[in-house]
Design a protein. Structure first.
Length: 315
């Protein structure tokens, strides 16, 4: 296909035509977007000035349709930034009613400049609420964790949570069922030292319940552990007939994991090893199994030697 060759004059005219067309298009766009339009956007609802002595539960979804009036530019940017804006509804009317009329609040909404555009109407115009008896309660905080330790390291003491209690408020029926409040999951990997974390509290699956504070400080004591073996005397239980009973051996060796900083502190006084004579009297056992009835916190038992003891009974 042959190319059309233009003369210098023709190229100059074509360039001038294209330039005029571009400027005319730009002028048309600016003129069009400068006109006033009415348009709708979906908005989230936020509430303020809720009644103190009544727990209200909205019977509508948490979104509302707002009819706005503004320029084409405002319409364009409202569609883009709609998720960043919120309609704030004043709940003062709920002091003696179970509904709020939004058309009566348009002046307040527009005066707060939540939108660059003018809010003409809201749909639905009336929001209905359900009311419940309000209750306040203090409950302990429960840590939810998923923690992985380095080899020979583990938790060495109780977790410290500050504050250890939170105040919850909401409907009496919901508050009565709550015995504790969980944190978000504390996830740590390859832990080899005491960990300090600021962690959020979980939100409740039911709406209308508030919790204060919303975050807690968690301290997880961590130490390196090592093995230790001690001899523990065997204690006889349930010798109701006061027989003369001798057990062999009279002490058992207990091997356990203990934190390095408690290695010299933990001794046989922290443990109790028992055997139950009822197993012989009622079930005819010829040897009695060792049971550890007292073990220090965060000491992990590795083995007990022997696990059963012989005995002699003199009636």
């Amino acid at each position: 296909m042959a190319l059309v060759k233009l003369s210098t004059t023709e190229r100059r005219r074509l360039s001038a035509f294209i330039t005029c067309l571009v400027f005319a298009t730009i002028a048309w766009v600016f003129t069009t977007l400068s006109n006033k339009y009415t348009f709708t956007v979906k908005q989230l609802i936020a509430y303020r000035n809720a009644p103190v002595k009544r727990v209200s539960h909205s019977l509508q979804p948490d979104t509302i349709t707002a009819t706005l009036q503004g320029t084409g530019w405002q319409m364009l940017f409202s569609k883009i930034n709609a998720e960043n804006k919120v309609i704030t509804v004043d709940l003062q009317q709920l002091a003696n009613k179970d509904y709020v009329v939004l058309s009566s609040q348009l002046k307040q909404i527009n005066s707060r400049k939540e939108f660059d555009e003018q809010v003409m109407a809201l749909s639905p115009d009336t929001l209905f609420f359900d009311f419940l008896d309000r209750a306040v309660k203090r409950v302990p905080v429960q840590l939810v964790s998923n923690i992985k330790y380095q080899h020979q390291f583990t938790q060495s003491n109780d977790v410290i949570i500050k504050p250890s209690y939170v105040t919850i408020s909401g409907s009496s029926s919901a508050i009565d069922k709550i015995k504790s409040w969980n944190t978000d999951t504390l996830k740590l990997d390859s832990v080899s030292e005491t960990a300090h974390s600021l962690i959020n509290l979980q939100t409740h699956k039911e709406g209308g319940i508030t919790v204060l504070p919303r975050t807690v400080q968690v301290t997880l004591p961590v130490d390196e552990f090592t093995e230790k073996t001690i001899a523990i005397p065997v204690k006889l239980l349930n010798n109701h007939n006061y027989y003369i009973v001798k057990v062999f051996p009279q002490k058992v060796k207990v091997t356990f994991m203990v934190a390095l900083n408690k290695y010299t502190v933990v001794d046989d006084d922290f443990f109790e090893a028992t055997v139950d004579l009822n197993l012989w009297q009622e079930k005819g056992y010829t040897t009695l199994p060792i049971k550890l009835t007292q073990v220090p916190k965060y000491c992990k038992i590795v083995k007990i030697e022997p696990q059963n003891v012989d005995f002699i009974v003199r009636k």
